[in-house]
Design a protein around this ligand. Structure first.
Ligand code: TPP
Ligand code: MG
Length: 336
């Protein structure tokens, strides 16, 4: 499998038997979230270049339709886990942009008090059980959360990359989830690269989604740049999980616009590959679909302006916020 846009690969059949209303208003709201994530990533990129973001950071620009489409299918108290490329996972689940921006800058008003930084954000108030720097860690966390989710009538979602499907966690957790029929949705963001390595060079068997078949877990390959396709596939998976039908794997094919992390200029990607994916920018696709569905150009533009302004306010608030007091030891109440 090469890094071709999903549009050019064989499309998975539409999920059968589900009549879905596509409420354009709900998709306009979802588009607003995608815009906010894009604005967030661009702002963090600029702040990183100015030396305001310490350590490294992994941007998810280009992949916005996946977390937003999946979270459209979730309730506010459902659980998600994300990766070190997790800004979109947090914002899609409801983390406030000012709290997330402050976290990136290590400020006390950050969602984790400025102690987590870019890679390890947790926001329990919004059901984000954690973002993980360990590849595959999000799979284990969401599977564990699904044990309690099942008792609470909730659903648990794991976001992870294509590289994580070659980790032991992936196989151990899919087996465990099927055996215990856990209400969990595994969402693989297949961006065709793990760091600088093409997925096809390191993945036996070639197909990620089909791996779930070994565990008799239903799976679908989804155009991860199409918000509508992601939302539909997620709705079916979440309904299955909530009605005690057990786990599902969604392989959402997408592409990151930036390099792996801030130290990677991504020179290893062929120009024409990047061009083809940029032409299928998930925001462009969503914008065109909204207009085709009857949303006015003025409404779409208003959402884009608001996203830019909201991010600018969040950035300024984060820059003005104090750093945490190093004498305070958050979490010490738990260790006694
Ligand atoms: C267990 C473990 N092994 C290796 C690494 C180093 N590492 C960080 S990101 C990454 C690539 C993961 O690729 P993928 O799962 O496709 O996610 P993407 O970065 O493409 O979103 C690797 C190997 C790590 N963080 N954790
Ligand atoms: Mg990847």
């Amino acid at each position: 499998m090469s890094a071709r846009p999903a549009q050019e690969t064989e499309r998975a059949p539409e999920p059968a038997g589900l009549e879905r209303e596509h409420d354009p208003g709900a998709f306009l709201d979802a588009y607003a979230r995608m815009v906010l994530i894009r604005e967030f990533e661009q702002a963090i990129h600029r702040l990183f270049l100015k030396g305001e973001v310490h350590g490294t950071t992994h941007l998810s620009a280009g992949q916005e339709a996946v977390p937003v489409g999946v979270c459209m299918a979730l309730d506010a108290d459902d659980y998600v886990s994300g990766t070190y490329r997790g800004h979109g996972h947090a914002l899609a689940k409801g983390t406030a942009p000012e709290a997330l921006a402050a976290e990136m800058l290590g400020r006390a008003s950050g969602v984790c008090g400025g102690r987590a930084g870019s890679m390890n954000v947790v926001d329990l108030e919004h059901g984000l059980v954690g973002c993980f720097g360990i590849v595959g860690g999000s799979i284990a966390a969401a599977t564990g959360a699904a044990l309690s989710a099942r008792r609470q009538g909730r659903v648990s979602v794991a976001f992870f990359g294509d590289g994580a499907t070659n980790q032991a966690y992936f196989h151990e957790c899919l087996n465990f989830a099927r055996v215990l029929e856990l209400p969990v949705v595994y969402v693989c963001e297949n961006n065709f690269y793990g760091e600088f390595t093409p997925m096809e060079n390191v993945t036996a068997g070639g197909e990620i989604a089909a791996r779930a078949g070994a565990y008799k877990i239903p799976f679908t390959v989804v155009d991860g740049n199409d918000l509508w396709a992601v939302r539909d596939a997620a709705t079916e998976a979440v309904e299955r999980a909530r009605s005690e039908g057990g786990p599902t794997l969604l392989e959402c094919q997408t592409y990151r616009h930036y390099g792996h992390s801030k130290s990677d200029p991504a020179k290893y990607r062929p120009d024409d590959e990047l061009e083809r994916w940029l032409a299928r920018d998930p925001l462009t696709i969503a914008r065109e679909r909204l207009l085709a569905d009857g949303i006015g150009e003025d409404e779409v533009t208003a959402v884009e302006t608001e996203g830019r302004e909201e991010m600018e306010r969040a950035t300024q608030a984060a820059l003005a916020a104090p750093y945490p007091d190093p004498r305070e030891r958050p979490g010490s109440e738990f260790s006694g």
